[in-house]
Design a protein. Sequence first.
Length: 394
Amino acid sequence: MKVEFYGHVRQYHNIKSEIDKNIKTVLESGQYVMGPMLKQFEAELAAYHGTKYAVGLANGTDAIWLALMALGIGPGDEVITHPNTFFATAEAIWIAGATAVFVDCCPTTKCICPEAIEAAITPKTKAIIPVHLYGQCADMVAISKIAKKHKLKVIEDNAQSIGAHGPKFKVGQLSDAATTSFIIQKNLGTFGDSGGLVTNNAEIDKAVRRLRNHGSTARNVHSYGFNSRLDDIHAGIISAKLKHLDEYNDARRKWAARYTAGLKDCKTFTLPVELKGYRHVFHLYVIETLKAEWRDQLVDFLVKNGVDAKTHYSIAIHKQAGYPWGKKARIAGSVANAEANAVTCISLPMYPELNAKEVDYVIAKVKEWDAQFASQVPAGKKSAKSGDCCCSCK
Ligand SMILES: Cc1ncc(COP(=O)(O)O)c(C=O)c1O
């Protein structure tokens, strides 16, 4: 049996008529860039988040970068984030000319640790970028308290968690802006590149709209800007998928619960934890082997057995060869949890269109592997985390 990592084509076939209809509408309108479909989609995206504004952009990296620019953050400023995320989170800080400051993640959620943020603040710190990693939100209540106390801006990198929320907050409500990516592998993805930003701040909305379109405020009138527009065909595709997003996230949660029930007695790895009151939307279902040397062995075993398992992200950003040391980045304190995550994480196939046979096959293969190594786990070692966190996201 083969279990693919992504289900894009299945998803297309399931809602083909809705996607095709929106593409046809755009093609027949003759307006392909900054047209009515983009406007419609932006209104839908803002309504989905309950924010006043939403702006469609070319990709999720630009969304972070333009949000930083709109907030006036650049050379000489420090922006705190964590190194166990996709490279683009830090890349956007460097493009803006600011310095990325890496702090540790929480060992349970893998999202940024609020205590580590507070310890890393210097007079140069201007903003925090928490990433809602794998589908679960960072502790925005704690983060926004720290930001208020130290007068810092907050940009949520929500490329992986549209539709997730915390116990007392929704994405976009406790920050200056929340950015996202609609690249195909995300939980809301188009068939190509694109991204966006939601905010309740009229100034950020206005600035990002200007920056994405060559600094233009009216025809032939330009100030400093770029080209980072979301075209109408992609807006139409995402608009069709957005209508199904809650049902897609529910399906992801259902498969995650099946994985968790099937794997809970395994000894050689830990399972993802959904904190109380949070809605985890399982963009990824990530397990972590107790020993680093087991990670690649398990991935190889699964791949050989037809299960397309992957790793996210197996090199922490500060260990990448392209990591720009010096003025552009620094590490604040220990990042041991983030470094451990990089060498032990395995993402199992996760998408709404999986079926029970496929999920059960993955479970069976993972259990088969676990049975070979379980005896090497020291007695008393917990097979799964309790749900308690190191810091304030308890
Ligand atoms: C956490 C995170 N931030 C930013 C990005 C960048 O998005 P994009 O690839 O659309 O530029 C991605 C995904 O690719 C991501 O996963």
